[in-house]
Write a protein that binds this ligand. Structure first.
Ligand code: C2E
Ligand code: MG
Ligand code: MG
Ligand code: MG
Length: 275
């Protein structure tokens, strides 16, 4: 079973394969099998809180290794799942796993918030908030241990869909946190910052890779952190791979860092060893 990630090159499918229609239909068929056999896994990537230097949040990331086609990375899996509608089942599976895991850590005395990724298609279901509430109840997971990440694209579309905004606000009122993922990558609109109940954003890793040597990127990242502060939002940097990057972000007042420098996405046991 998938334990943790060794190197960068763990995939057997390339982006070109994804364009290939026959590959797509194979993935679709195998994904149905995987869902039925519960063949999906979740790895957790910790964030280092820069105030306490402790780990208070981990991100749940889906992993799927198929017996026939090998490892299918999320960048290929998720778009296909979104188009076919299988994302609803995947999302549900990850949500349950993440909540169970948060409860297990809580029972061990660790207060760890688990952050899951979601697609807008999941929130187009009018019963999404209720479904989440039910999973929280059935797993015994307190709402404040669950965080939901949405993308800028999601945020932009959700603005115009009142039932999505309503469900997000209900969940927030109950203690669930919302985080804006991949911040700054193309759909930045300040209006949704006003409309959506967001408590955090994650600076996309494309900014972090050059943050220690490119003046423009430094100014951008510092600006984003100030922006977050003035909105009283938590700011997390993604894709932190070096000590220098973490140092820069700490000096700039970033709240937390996530990336290979802290840890790769890994198994719950490895997370416990890090705590
Ligand atoms: P994301 O939510 O922005 O997650 C961060 C991605 O960056 C993860 O890729 C993670 O493994 C990778 N990463 C973490 N640290 C570093 C680093 O230091 N350097 C670099 N280069 N990369 C780093 P992953 O796991 O392949 O996931 C890719 C994307 O797929 C995620 O981006 C997310 O948008 C989506 N995704 C993953 N799991 C799920 C899921 O359960 N549901 C949904 N809807 N989307 C998911
Ligand atoms: Mg994410
Ligand atoms: Mg991201
Ligand atoms: Mg702080």
């Amino acid at each position: 079973k998938v334990q943790s990630e060794g190197g960068d090159n763990i995939t057997s499918l390339s982006k070109d394969d994804h364009q290939n229609l026959s590959t797509r239909s194979v993935i679709e068929k195998r994904l149905l099998v995987a869902l039925n056999q519960k063949d999906l896994h979740v790895l957790y990537q910790p964030q280092r809180d820069l105030d306490s230097d402790g780990i208070k949040t981990v991100e749940a990331l889906v992993r799927w290794e198929d017996q026939e086609i090998g490892m299918v990375p999320p960048d290929i899996l998720i778009p296909i799942a979104e188009e076919t509608g299988l994302i609803n089942q995947i999302g549900r599976f990850i949500l349950e796993k993440a909540c169970e895991q948060a409860v297990e850590w809580s029972n061990q005395g660790h207060n760890i918030r688990v952050s899951i990724n979601t697609s807008i298609r999941e929130f187009r279901d009018k019963n999404m908030a209720e479904a989440i509430r039910k999973v929280l109840q059935s797993t015994g997971c307190p709402a404040h241990l669950l965080q939901i990440e949405i993308t800028e694209k999601f945020a932009l579309e959700a603005e115009a869909e009142s039932s999505i905004v309503k469900q997000m606000k209900q969940l927030q009122a109950e203690g669930v946190k919302f985080s804006l993922d991949d911040f700054g990558t193309g759909y930045a609109s300040f209006r949704y910052m006003q409309l959506l109940p967001l408590e955090e954003f994650k600076i996309d890793k494309s900014f972090i890779s050059s943050v220690t040597y490119q003046e423009k990127t430094q100014a951008l990242v510092k600006g984003m952190i100030q922006f977050g502060k003035s909105l009283q939002m938590r700011v997390v940097a993604e894709g932190v791979e070096t000590e220098e990057q973490e140092f820069f972000l700490r000096e700039a007042g970033c709240d937390a860092v996530q990336g290979y420098y802290i840890s790769r996405p890994t198994s719950p046991i490895d997370i416990e060893n890090l705590l």
